[in-house]
Ligand binder design. Structure first.
Ligand SMILES: *Cc1c(COP(=O)(O)O)cnc(C)c1O
Length: 471
């Protein structure tokens, strides 16, 4: 399988292998990488996959997209990644039935209690493998306001050939999130707390990455959500959810996905393109409704950071959905020139684009539907779910469940992706339920552990100096 860019016309593509794009971010023309085609899985093969363990299923799916890692090595990598020790159960992503036809798929039982572990844990092992094979090292530089940074650190801790430099706004993460990240004592993990807000952290990452000489000399890399390997790892749990919610391959299901950067639901789109019987992909946003607006009107208008609301589902407070271009490329018949016109020319000159009526109509072919939720909706959904089903859900999952309730169809099971555990967002749980969320035993008292971080002013030169001294 080879990979192409969403911004290159078909006759000018220079397809690349998986291991080459694994360690890179954007394609050179600013586009995102996608496979040249989606391997289609027939019903007979689907039926065979039904009985597989999660790592075996992951191997079957990944091996159809990765042909430059020997099969035995790839199998060993997924077996090492998806274990009961790391994810808590042999099912890895167990389905919890709320009522007949309505399920939660538990994606947040990894080390940082959010679904990003599902992909990031595999990425850590893939990076270590590929860097070892090449005899190279990588310094991962990132900015986080919470979930991504901790998932990256727990995936990369102790990995050979990798250092992590993670910027976060000093004193602005929750006590629990700070404890999760700063209690790591691994020498290859560096928490840099910047005196500023999240945008300052992102600006520093951009400034350092734009210094091409520095970037090359110190082998600066990223693990952000546009990484194709992260998206690919997420495709697996759509299949695993489907098998748990159905008895035969003649059934269809729908998925409801709490969305921000469009990475999670884009994996659902890929699964559907591969032939997984998915009726609807239901996109749920919070008050930051950029994507909901697009699926309702055909107009995509990313917002500036200043116009992005801070909500009680903070991991979905996204103004510009970094993976969205992948879906639009497919929607437009994989025309790189048209995608480039929309995402580069039109977005950069006018700040938005609008699909033609014919293009907009095609969205239905891909099964997408959307909705949004507010803080009041989240409180009501958390309360209702706890009262009726005895299940405590987090604020992001609540956004997904709220929208799922609006679009339920008789005879089509709905699987809501649970993207975090409630303990990560305790304040809102207390507001909704008047009680503290349950906490996994392993995380009792982490706030009391010694913390390891470096505070510094919001200054790219200071961050570079730190990297030079610690790379
Ligand atoms: C990252 C995240 C999301 C949004 O996922 P995208 O792939 O960015 O759409 C939703 N919920 C939680 C808890 C997250 O951490």
């Amino acid at each position: 399988m080879k990979y192409i860019s969403t911004r290159t016309p078909a006759d000018q593509q220079t397809p690349r292998g998986f291991s080459d794009i694994l360690l890179e971010g954007l394609a050179p023309d600013g586009g995102l990488y996608l496979p040249t085609h989606y391997p289609v899985i027939g019903k007979a093969t689907l039926a065979q996959w039904r009985g597989l363990s999660y790592p075996d299923l992951a191997f079957e799916i990944l091996s159809r997209f990765i042909d430059d890692i020997p099969a035995n090595d790839l199998r060993a990598l997924v077996q090492k990644t998806y274990t009961r020790e790391v994810f808590g159960t042999d099912a890895i992503v167990p389905l919890k039935t709320l009522e007949p036809g309505l399920h939660l798929e538990a994606l947040s039982n990894g080390p940082t209690l959010a679904f990003k572990d599902m992909a990031m844990q595999l990425l850590g092992n893939l990076f270590e493998y590929e860097l070892g094979r090449r005899g190279e090292t990588l310094n991962i530089l990132g900015a986080t306001s919470g979930d991504t940074g901790s998932a990256a650190e727990y995936a990369m801790r102790g990995k050979k050939g990798v250092n992590v430099f993670m910027l976060s706004p000093l004193g602005r993460m929750s006590a629990f999130q700070q404890a999760q990240m700063f209690s790591l004592q691994d020498p290859n993990i560096h928490n840099l707390c910047v005196e500023g807000v999240f945008d300052d952290c992102q600006d520093i990452v951009k400034a350092v990455s734009n210094d091409l000489a520095f970037k090359r000399q110190y082998k600066i890399g990223t693990v952000n959500s546009i990484n194709w390997a992260r998206l690919l790892a997420q495709v697996v749990y759509y299949f695993a959810g489907y098998f748990q919610a159905t008895k035969s391959e003649d059934e269809r299901v729908s998925f409801a996905v709490p969305s921000g950067n469009f990475g999670n639901i884009c994996a659902g789109h890929v699964a559907r393109m591969m032939g997984l019987p998915v009726k609807r992909l239901v996109l749920a946003t919070n008050e930051n409704r950029v994507l909901d607006e697009f699926f309702r009107t055909g107009t995509y208008r990313p917002r500036a950071s200043a116009e992005t609301y801070e909500t009680s589902s903070p991991s979905m407070d996204i103004s510009k959905a970094s993976n969205f271009e992948r879906f639009v490329f497919d929607l437009l018949g994989r025309d790189g020139a048209v995608t480039q016109d929309l995402f580069k020319t039109q977005l950069e000159t006018t700040g938005h684009f609008t699909l033609t009526p014919e293009q907009f109509e095609r969205i239905a072919v891909y099964g997408f539907q959307s909705g949004h939720s507010t803080h009041a909706d989240r409180l009501a959904t958390i309360r209702d779910t706890f009262e009726r089903f005895g299940t405590m859900i987090d604020t992001h999952t609540a956004d997904g469940l709220k929208v799922a309730h609006e679009v339920l169809e008789a005879g089509v099971p709905m699987i809501v992706l649970e993207t975090a555990l409630p303990v990560k967002f305790a304040d809102t749980i207390v507001e909704a339920l008047g009680r503290q969320p349950e906490r996994p035993a392993a995380l009792e008292g982490i706030e009391q552990l010694p913390k390891r971080f470096e505070a510094m002013p919001a200054d790219a030169e200071r961050v570079k100096r730190f990297i030079v001294d610690h790379a």
